[in-house]
Design a protein around this ligand. Structure first.
Ligand code: GLC
Length: 748
């Protein structure tokens, strides 16, 4: 037991107090010397003069204006300027040519890696491995900070239940409990323990709030849902990010219940900065302040600037609203100076915490950039993350794993050969065509007879972040030859699904089936050879009902980043036993969407001989694959669910046995149902999980303690309550196949 003397504790307290007071004092001192123009400048963020990730504002992206504003101290941070050379050049102007020399922060979308890509975040979520996810963010921070960046516009933590929305690839799936754990892990990964450490980077949890509930899954669409969904589903990951110390929050493009988030004072001031005590920076999304006019919520950009500033949006990304109007709004008394100074304090404090005032060039080392970018440590890290992200959905007759020799394997599909698609959608700093393809990964296992054929193209034309992918709907070139070749193969591996640019921002879709000719291709090959293994590449759940019913083996391989091929091959050949579980429900068809496990009972959930119950008459209510679902090359059996109630809650014990012949990892999940409550509660809610490795024949007992934090909910006043009564306590390997026990808790 480490004994710390009282003296040491007092000394430590004084040191911490002096240090934190010194930041506050430094901020006040600097603020007192700033002109109104310089204060407003800290609230202005410009995109890099030549690299855009959003619509160019009216009047054009005027590089000269931006340079002039930069020299006049009217810019506080930059977006999409990266690389030590460019960062250093702009930082030098800010530090050496402006009156007060206030350094810039440099932000970038480090969504799933910087130049080296880890799996898309939805894939990482499928690992349910918080240590791995934290480490993945840690490595991304190392590579991004080595490129001069100080601000990651991540993690994206929008809960979504709608696979039609393209940005589900960017988040942690449909569940607030899993999403909250992931949010905290990624914030810790990016920020480390000390933001002055040049290998760390400030995080930015986004998009606050409700963006993932865009109506009909249509991008940027209206969001309208009740208090219960807001407080119990959408907000918890943001609260977890704030509790984990996230430096900043980015607000959302959407309106929420009639108020655009960027102008929503209740969200940003009352809840985020008030109830939650958030002391960091609220950054607007790209031009979301200017878009208050387009929403019909502001008369013009000056009015938009007034609304957004008063609503707690501290920094304006690419609207030119603050830089062009806020000084006058303060001078005419429309916006109180206190509003501006609160925002500026937050920005300056963030810069002090990053150590930028001690050394504004601390992130600008060419040697470190060269040593860290694409390093073995990062390559190995993204490979490990990729393996953990793979989900085995089906393996009839143990077609998998493949034999390492003596098998004639035919590999089919344009995606199998792609070195670009696996990099995913948000990979702006990546070098195109640098991923290890599935083909290359399988070729590394050289003792088999491996033949590759593309078959009919899945997509054609340019592959661009800014334009939609052209799906091949008609050109069947290569289909016949592939089918002919399938006849002679022992096993056929088909990589089908979506190109990395078929999901992501601006890529909502209305059809979740395999795009283009791919299902026809799959059926034709299966007709020729029943031993088909489908490897899915996708950024969202897909409605693969025919495949799920007919294809013997299905591997969910998302877009796994730079090391895709090695990760997929190690799973297909059995060197890595897949352990992933779905973070989002897979529907039978798009008509079921939104479909999710933690749904409410309704008053008529039970099947009836007549039609009057909650159902569709053309498909079953059940999903294709449920939330939390994933198989292994071994099998696990759950038994002995036991519960022990106390004044603190309930202790849950469950036995898990490896009943197969291979060691494997199982993600054991614990769900509850609060059966009677003052606000109806879902039929299931994830409230605990643990990933455990179990040897063949071994039985492990896992204990979970569920207390007030797990057994309560937010009522319609947004207040967290815990109510006495009956709960179902459930445990299993997914959200459908669970053991269950009812307990009664009488909270004191
Ligand atoms: C985009 C995204 C946001 C991103 C920002 C800067 O439109 O909504 O997530 O961080 O613009 O690229």
């Amino acid at each position: 037991m480490l004994k710390i003397s009282t003296f040491t504790i007092i000394l430590l307290f004084i040191k911490i107090t002096v240090h934190s007071q010194s930041i506050d004092q430094k901020v006040e001192d600097l603020l007192s010397r700033m002109t109104l123009e310089e204060k407003v400048g800290q609230m202005n963020q410009y995109n890099g003069f030549w690299k855009a990730t959003g619509p160019v504002p009216e009047g054009g992206s005027d590089a000269k204006k931006k340079y002039d504003d930069l020299r006049a101290g009217k810019v506080g941070s930059m977006l999409s300027v990266r690389g030590v050379e460019d960062v250093f050049a702009l930082q030098k102007i800010a530090v050496e040519e402006t009156r007060l020399g206030i350094p810039l922060m440099f932000g970038f979308d480090v969504i799933h890696g910087y130049q080296t890509q880890s799996p898309i975040p939805l894939a990482e979520a499928a690992s349910w491995d918080m240590e791995a996810i934290e480490r993945s963010a840690r490595l991304a921070a190392k590579e991004a900070s080595a490129a001069g960046l100080t601000w990651a516009f991540a993690p994206m933590i929008d809960i979504s239940r709608d696979a039609r929305w393209g940005r589900v690839m960017e988040g942690g799936g449909e569940d607030p409990f899993l999403g909250s754990k992931i949010a905290a892990a990624r914030v810790r990964g990016f920020q480390g323990k000390d933001l002055t450490d040049p290998s760390t980077i400030a995080a930015c949890a986004k998009h606050f709030a409700g963006y993932g509930f865009a109506e009909a899954g249509k991008e940027y669409n209206t969001v309208d849902f009740g208090t219960s969904t807001l407080f119990n589903v959408s907000l918890p990951p943001f609260k977890a990010a704030v509790d984990a110390g996230v430096s900043s929050i980015m607000n959302a493009f959407n309106e929420l219940n009639g108020v655009p988030a960027t102008g929503d004072s209740w969200l940003q001031r009352d809840i985020l900065k008030g109830d939650w005590g958030f002391e960091g920076v609220v950054l607007s999304d790209w031009a979301s302040i200017r878009e208050l006019v387009v929403h019909g919520y502001a008369r013009d950009r000056a009015h938009a600037a007034e609304i957004a500033a008063k609503a707690g949006s501290d920094v304006d990304m690419e609207s030119y609203a603050y830089v062009d109007h806020l000084v006058d709004l303060v001078k005419e008394g429309t916006v109180p100076i206190e509003v501006v100074e609160d925002a500026v304090r937050r920005v300056l404090k963030m810069k002090f915490k990053l150590g930028l005032f001690d050394d504004p060039y601390r992130y600008c080392s060419v040697e470190r950039e060269q040593a860290v970018t694409g390093s073995n440590e990062i390559m190995e890290g993204v490979l490990e993350m990729a393996k953990k992200s793979i989900v085995l959905l089906k393996n009839e007759g143990n077609l998998l794993p493949l034999k390492k020799s003596g098998q004639k394997i035919l590999l089919l599909g344009q995606l199998a050969e792609s070195k670009n698609s696996p990099l995913g959608s948000w990979r702006l700093a990546s070098i195109d065509h640098t991923a290890v393809s599935v083909l290359e990964g399988m070729q590394a296992y050289s003792d088999n007879e491996l033949k590759y054929m593309q078959g009919p193209m899945a997509y054609k034309g340019q592959e661009s972040f800014l334009q939609p992918i052209m799906v091949n709907e008609s050109d069947k070139t290569g289909l016949k030859e592939a089918v002919t070749a399938a006849v002679d193969a022992d096993v056929v591996v088909m990589v089908l699904g979506e190109h990395g640019f078929q999901s992501g921002e601006g890529r909502s879709i209305t059809d979740l089936s395999l795009p283009g000719l791919q299902e026809e291709f799959l059926k034709a090959v299966y007709k020729a050879n029943k031993n088909v293994i489908l490897v899915l590449n996708n950024g969202r759940p897909l409605a693969i009902e025919w495949a799920a019913e007919n294809i013997p083996a299905i591997v969910e391989a998302w877009q796994l980043g730079t090391q895709t091929g090695h990760a997929v091959a190690s799973v297909l050949y059995g060197d890595y036993n897949p352990s992933g579980k779905l973070p989002m429900t897979f529907p039978r068809n798009v008509g079921q969407v939104p479909i999710y496990y933690n749904h409410k009972s309704t008053g008529r959930p039970f099947p009836q001989p007549i039609v009057f119950w909650s159902q569709y008459i053309d498909v079953p209510n059940s999903p294709l694959f449920p939330f939390g679902y994933g198989l292994s090359y071994t099998t696990f059996e759950y038994s002995e669910l036991e519960t022990k109630v106390s004044d603190d809650g309930v202790e849950v014990s469950i036995n898990v046995t490896n009943t197969g012949s291979m060691e494997g990892e199982e993600i054991v999940q614990v769900y509850i149902r609060d059966k009677i409550a003052s606000v109806t509660r879902p039929v299931k809610e994830l409230k605990g999980f643990s990933k455990v490795s179990i040897r063949p024949g071994e039985t492990v007992t896992l204990i979970f303690k569920l207390g007030r934090a797990e057994l309560g909910f937010y009522n319609n006043q947004g207040k967290y309550v815990v109510e006495s009564g009956a709960y179902d306590i459930m445990a299993g390997g997914n959200s459908r196949d669970v053991l269950s026990q009812e307990v009664s808790i009488n909270w004191k």
